[in-house]
Design a protein around this ligand. Structure first.
Ligand code: NAD
Length: 344
């Protein structure tokens, strides 16, 4: 099996979880970190195991013997760093959100495809036990043809969450969907397909003083119309005071799934009660609980086979961000129905 040297950009909270997950895969070893802060190389190496060279010069970092660059920096930095990494011939792992505007997202995909490197976006929730089992149920046809789906993201991102210090700004947070609800919207498209015709979105914010520093609306609800008539709904709520909740309700011609319960007329489960799926649920916003390792293993496996990354390739994820930018445009315009074809 080929072993990849990985260089990390940004050494914050997510980076720590990435390094440990990457090093746990049989395919990769983190050997370099780029951070504008001067890091203690011995300390970083000892913390994560192996020899990690720390760079403050971006060009020297990119010239290092690394085949993969993993971008864990703040969202406004993603586009320039991803494009530079692609131009240097590196494969890319990119934290969400891809970038803070649609043109930047498109430019990342263009740079990756031009340089014939591969990339993925960290929508690791798709590699959780909950999503893998749910997708298997859908793919098996146990719910039939889905005509309605709700996938919603409830996670209070307040001062107790490290990135609050920059997430509250419009520049780096963007919107409830861009900053975190994107996980749910992307999962919704995984179940319903990517043929979104139009969206209407409304947004608001909590009156709690905890969330007052936010420069943008921290709760939004988006209705999606799909070609062929299917309908979906995605709430993105980052100003709630409740446990983390990744609400999933899928409704199809043979049955329904609600989180960890389902009914399927196809296999004649008892309609008087739900049948229970005993699976590990997405129930935490803590990066150390996220299934990064599963996503990274799928990425390296795809690299080894010269294939496109399943479920989270940059090209595939671009569609999710097109829908998100259309939804945010709708919310800014008071809920006007925005056609995806309007996006420039
Ligand atoms: N996929 C997920 O579920 C998930 C979860 C958390 C974060 N993220 C994403 O990961 C990226 C990074 O987020 P994060 O939570 O690691 O943010 P962070 O604030 O911990 O780190 C972000 C950047 O700030 C720098 N930084 C951190 N501490 C610093 C300090 N004391 N002084 C100066 N600079 C410092 C880091 O080097 C890094 O470049 C973002 O794009 C975020 O959206 C994704």
């Amino acid at each position: 099996m080929k072993k990849y040297n990985v260089g990390i950009i940004g050494y914050g909270w997510a980076a720590g979880a990435h390094i440990d997950s990457l090093n746990k895969t049989p395919h990769a070893q983190v050997t370099a970190v780029f951070s504008k802060r001067k890091l203690d190389e011995a300390e970083v190496s000892a913390k994560h195991g192996g020899k990690i060279k720390c760079y403050t010069d971006f060009d020297k970092f990119l010239a290092a013997d690394i085949q993969v660059v993993d971008i864990c920096s703040m969202p406004t930095q993603h586009a320039a760093q991803a494009i530079a990494a692609a131009n240097a011939g590196k494969h890319i792992i990119l934290e969400k959100p891809m970038a803070m505007n649609l043109q930047d997202c498109r430019d990342i995909v263009k740079a990756v495809e031009k340089n014939k490197v591969k990339g993925c976006v960290c929508f690791e929730c798709k590699f959780s036990g909950q999503m893998i089992a749910t997708k298997a149920l859908v793919d098996e046809g146990l719910l039939g043809d889905l005509h309605y789906a709700e996938v919603d993201y409830y996670h209070g991102i307040g001062p107790w969450y490290g990135q609050f210090r920059w997430n509250t700004s419009k520049a780096d947070g963007g919107s409830a969907l861009l900053t975190a609800g994107c996980h749910a919207l992307d999962a919704l498209l995984m179940f319903m397909g990517k043929d979104v015709e139009s969206v209407a979105s409304f947004s608001t914010k909590s009156k709690s003083k905890i969330f007052r520093p936010y420069e943008y609306d921290t709760s939004s609800v988006t209705i999606l119309n799909f070609k062929g008539g299917k309908v979906g709904k995605c709430a993105a709520i980052v100003d709630c005071l409740q446990p983390y909740y990744f609400h999933t309700h899928l409704v199809g011609s043979h049955g329904s799934l609600l989180d960890d319960k389902f009914h399927s007329a196809k296999i004649k489960t008892d309609k008087g009660g739900w049948s229970k799926l005993n699976m590990k649920m997405l129930d935490s916003g803590d990066v150390s609980d996220h299934p990064y390792q599963m996503q990274f293993e799928a990425f390296f496996d795809a690299l080894d086979k010269g294939r496109t990354m399943p479920l989270t390739s940059l090209r595939e994820t671009l569609r999710s961000f097109e829908v998100i930018f259309a939804a945010d445009k709708s919310a800014e315009e008071g809920g006007r129905l925005v056609k995806l074809s309007e996006l420039k």
